[in-house]
Design a protein around this ligand. Sequence first.
Ligand code: ADP
Ligand code: MG
Length: 258
Amino acid sequence: MTSLDRTGPQNGQDPTAIRIAGVSKTYGTYEVLKGIDVEVARGEVVVICGPSGSGKSTLIRTINRLEEINSGAITFDGQNIHAPMKTRDLNRLRSRIGFVFQSFNLFPHLSVVDNVSMSPIRVKGVSRDVAHDKALLLLDRVGLADKATAYPGQLSGGQQQRVAIARALAMEPPVMLFDEPTSALDPEMVGEVLAVMKSLAKDGMTMLCVTHEMGFARDVADRIWFIDAGEIIEKATPEEFFTHPRHPRAQRFLADLR
Ligand code: ADP
Ligand code: MG
């Protein structure tokens, strides 16, 4: 696998990658996020867990503005993500925050290499040749060098999700967000996707991962946020979280997983 150049904090750079301050969001009268205050340091890997319907997807979708917020602020590299801005600026901002969905979302009519090289060509104006060469390196990195000319429908779920990760990486985002990237996969394919995520983490990528894969959380996360009913009620290291969860609801959540 080729290595990406991802470095930690550099001289003079704000060590905080993402700041979420007092973020609330309602759907009608239903308050789905209730004053979220958290920060993610550069190079940090955060696993977000919590019961179904607790607001995990909503929270990470607000970070690249797939969801609007009602109050509070989210800054990324010092930039207010929810400030009014032109569509072009929003798209540019979004391209710097990679997002991997539960349901891959590849373009079925495009080959794997075209899926991976499309955004650099369209958004960044990279030439087709350069974008393809880069895509091939990324496909090699996720273990799919031999699938460049295949179409998504010819791949397994695990392979498609690895293509989706390569596609997000093609924009060289300093941050990657994952929303249950292995939940739609057959159990035998979960490991290959987690292995790619693990290698990214090892290279120093800043990552927020919503996942129920507690083995991954234990091995890879620097911090765990436990969210329940729209509030982050526990922030802990994996060691603290798995051995002494403080909040009764976190204790119950972990007991139910076993
Ligand atoms: P999680 O990812 O933790 O399962 P979500 O963030 O998807 O939770 O959803 C949190 C709550 O918000 C759920 O009760 C869900 O039904 C509700 N919700 C999510 N999206 C919408 C929407 N577009 N309109 C209304 N309610 C929504
Ligand atoms: Mg969700």
